[in-house]
Design a protein around this ligand. Structure first.
Ligand SMILES: [Zn+2]
Length: 102
C-alpha cells in the first residue's frame, strides 16, 4: 500500500474528476466528503458528491488524507484555531490588553 510522503501513514491514491491525484485515508469514513469508486481499469476515482450527483451505490465516502495528515496540519490550517493550545499566547488579546490602557 502506498504511503504519505509526509507522515508515512498508509493512504489510497485516487484520481479526481479534474485528473489530479488525491490521497485519502485507507478506511472508508461516513463523515468523509470524497466519494471513491474503482473504474474498469482498477483506478480509484474520487469526486465531491453534490446535490445533483449524490453518493452512488458503488461509491464509498473517504476522508482526504490532507485533512488528517499530522505532517500537513500546520499548512492546512491557515486560520488560527478557535481554541489555542495551552502555552500559545493569543497575541491579539495580549496587544489589546497591553495597548488598551492609557
Ligand atoms: Zn500524511
Amino acid at each position: 500500500m502506498p504511503r504519505c510522503i509526509d507522515c508515512r501513514r498508509e493512504v489510497l491514491w485516487t484520481v479526481t474528476d479534474a485528473g489530479k491525484r488525491l490521497a485519502v485515508d485507507p478506511e472508508p469514513d461516513e463523515s468523509g466528503n470524497t466519494a471513491v469508486y474503482r473504474d474498469g481499469t482498477g483506478t480509484r476515482r474520487s469526486r465531491r458528491p453534490s446535490e445533483e450527483l449524490p453518493i452512488m451505490a458503488w461509491e464509498k465516502l473517504y476522508v482526504p488524507h490532507v485533512a488528517n495528515c499530522p505532517a500537513r496540519k500546520p499548512a492546512a490550517t491557515q486560520k488560527r484555531p478557535a481554541v489555542l493550545p495551552p502555552g500559545v499566547l493569543d497575541l491579539a488579546a495580549y496587544r489589546r490588553k497591553a495597548g488598551g490602557r492609557p
